[in-house]
Design a protein around this ligand. Structure first.
Ligand code: NAP
Length: 564
């Protein structure tokens, strides 16, 4: 039976297309390098790589290992679901032993496209040998079946042009440049790089702001017609470029094998890129959504929102944006057509003056957690924290005249107090800084109370809207004898069972966990952005599972997955 190349291209079909041998091999990995005429021109090569570019999967999985066997075992385990991998020879203590293993792998996995990379220490890799050894190794892995090899510009600058031509006769060359400090002079860098013939020009910078992603994507858009480019930003703030660069013109992007095996800062796992961000489906029509805050690393919003978008068949992707400053966030939002944005701490209040309009309730609360961009580019602000408090309570009790104590007077407390007053509840406020509590009470026509009086009073509901108890099970805003209520609702959602909820249960109260609020406010955001009902049950399952995994990780135990 004839072997099948990318997208089912057969060897005779490739020949019939009049392609060079090199181009055929690039599209058809079964045509092993040992059969290839070595006297190819750079033009032929480039032609081949353009075709390869059209056929390469979007995500290349970077693989390292403690030795060649382990690296290739990982490649073997990945090969079925990941037809594009990068083998990091520079991570191996004895990279010279790798080519034979690679040959066995490429011969038994003709459908897998492989990049051989042996980055030198001076260029940010781990290879300590001289350039001559690096080139020798790259030549050998190309002979062993790597269809692409990575050559840093620092190495190319010290090669003779005949050496580069010879290497390009064996494999497509990805000429690479890495900037581990920032994102700057991208055009100038490309200009320097194109002095060397290559099949792909790869520029990887570091995002020190969200706007660096914009610079990278604009750069890709400017040059994608003239060159085969790979571009992305490293670092936690580089997530936008990792997911969206393909649509801006990057031939592919890189993903880590697992969270523990990242070969670059800020790398996302290949599995996350595919299953959470659905990178293979991202196209020009994909709507971009996100959550912006500082810190943002532990936000559960991307997990639940991407699942909801997938479930409801919305062509959209949801990203976590680490917005260290509002100025950076606003500059980024202006340039990237973000359709909807969730705003979290510390920007909920400060963002208000920058919006074109807000609904009257959000203006009253003085905090916005949801932004929608209209077709004319205007930004509209809403507050869905209110729904997050009111909806779970309305499912349990009538709010008219209900006696409710709100602990706290920050942004979330304001959303709760105004929302509950609007439903006719009697609201009492208790805040650490009493003046702030009094001010909120005046604005919302609620009442304040003294902590000393707590033990004398019974409530229908006590709501914790302070950050006390967040991330630990030691602290509670109230002691056991201060908890006198039918329901205790903790806005803190991590840990899932806070000390307050534990004490409340012991006192015989019904409890409402912060995850319920989190899902309700996110569901409302989803409805505002997409006009579709949110799959709440699925969202709650994902949050519950994620919190249980975090708790298990904190306790050093392993959790058996129950997620569907
Ligand atoms: P915020 O605006 O910073 O307000 C923080 C509140 O906590 C203030 O009232 C503050 O009192 C009080 N506080 C902080 N440390 C305290 C302490 N040691 N003792 C007593 N009071 C203390 O924050 P926020 O946006 O309102 O958020 C408050 C909490 O709600 C956070 O834990 C947040 O994660 C949670 N939240 C959850 C959801 C959800 O979906 N589940 C949504 C929004 C918020 P002072 O005014 O006296 O400083």
């Amino acid at each position: 039976m004839e072997g099948q190349g990318y997208a089912g291209l057969t060897e005779p079909l490739l020949k019939s297309l009049g392609l060079t041998r090199k181009a055929q091999r690039l599209l058809h990995p079964e045509l092993r390098p040992c059969n290839i005429a070595r006297s190819m021109t750079a033009e032929n090569n480039h032609y081949g790589s353009r075709l390869l570019h059209l056929r390469l999967p979007r995500v290349c999985v970077a693989i390292a290992g403690s030795d060649a066997n382990e690296m290739l075992e990982k490649a073997e385990a990945l090969a079925r679901d990941n037809p594009f991998i990068e083998l990091r020879l520079d991570y191996l203590p004895k990279p010279g032993l790798a080519p034979e293993k690679i040959r066995e792998f490429t011969e038994s996995h003709p459908h897998v496209a492989v990049i051989g990379t042996c980055r030198r220490l001076a260029s940010g890799g781990k290879f300590r040998g001289p350039i001559s050894s690096q080139l020798d190794l790259l030549g050998k892995v190309a002979d062993a079946g790597c269809q692409l090899v990575d050559v840093e510009i620092q190495t190319a600058a010290r090669m003779r042009s005949a050496q580069l031509d010879k290497l390009r006769g064996k494999a497509a060359v990805v000429l690479s440049f890495h900037d581990f400090r920032g994102t700057q002079k991208l055009d100038e860098t490309l200009n320097k790089m194109t002095a060397f013939p290559a099949d792909f020009y790869k520029i990887v910078s570091t995002a020190t702001s969200l706007f660096d992603n914009v610079s990278m994507m604009k750069f890709l858009e400017r040059h994608q017609d003239a060159h085969s480019l790979v571009g992305l930003c490293m670092g936690e703030q580089g997530i936008i470029s990792r997911v969206l660069a393909a649509r801006a013109g990057s031939a592919f992007t890189f993903g880590a094998l697992s969270a523990d095996e990242k070969t670059a800062p800020g790398q996302v796992t290949a599995r996350e890129l595919r299953s959470i961000y659905r990178i293979d489906q991202v196209d020009a029509a994909t709507k971009v959504y996100g959550v912006a805050g500082d810190p943002i690393e532990h936000s559960l919003s991307p997990a639940i929102m991407n699942a909801a978008l997938r479930r409801e068949n919305v062509n959209g992707v949801f990203l976590a944006l680490h917005a260290k400053s509002l100025k950076d966030l606003l500059a980024c939002v202006k340039e990237i057509p973000i359709h909807g944005l969730a705003i979290t701490m510390p920007h909920k209040q400060a963002i208000l003056p920058h919006l074109d309009n807000t609904d009257p309730f959000t203006t009253k609360i003085g905090a916005c957690n949801t932004i929608v961009r209209s077709a004319d580019g205007k930004l509209y602000g809403f507050n869905t924290d209110t729904s997050g408090v009111v909806r779970p309570l309305e499912q349990r009790i009538g709010l008219q005249n209900a006696k409710i104590l709100v602990l706290g007077a920050g942004g979330a407390a304001r959303a709760a107090v105004f929302g509950l007053k609007d439903r006719g509840a009697q609201v009492f406020i208790l805040n650490r800084h009493t003046e702030k509590g009094k001010k909120l009470a005046r604005q919302a026509k609620a009442r304040t109370m003294k902590r000393l009086d707590l033990k004398k009073l019974d409530f229908d509901v006590i709501i914790n809207a302070t950050s006390v108890g967040m991330g630990n099970t030691r602290e509670s805003p109230l002691s056991a004898d201060e908890i006198k209520a039918k329901y205790v609702f903790d806005m803190v959602y991590d840990p899932a069972e806070t000390l307050l909820l534990k004490l409340a249960k012991e006192r015989g109260c019904e409890v409402i966990a912060g995850s319920e609020m989190f899902v309700h406010q996110a569901a409302r955001q989803f409805e505002i952005w997409t006009g579709k009902p949110a799959p709440r049950e699925d969202m709650l399952k994902i949050v519950t599972q994620a919190l249980a995994e975090r708790a298990a990780a904190r306790n050093g135990t392993k959790l058996i997955s129950k997620a569907s």
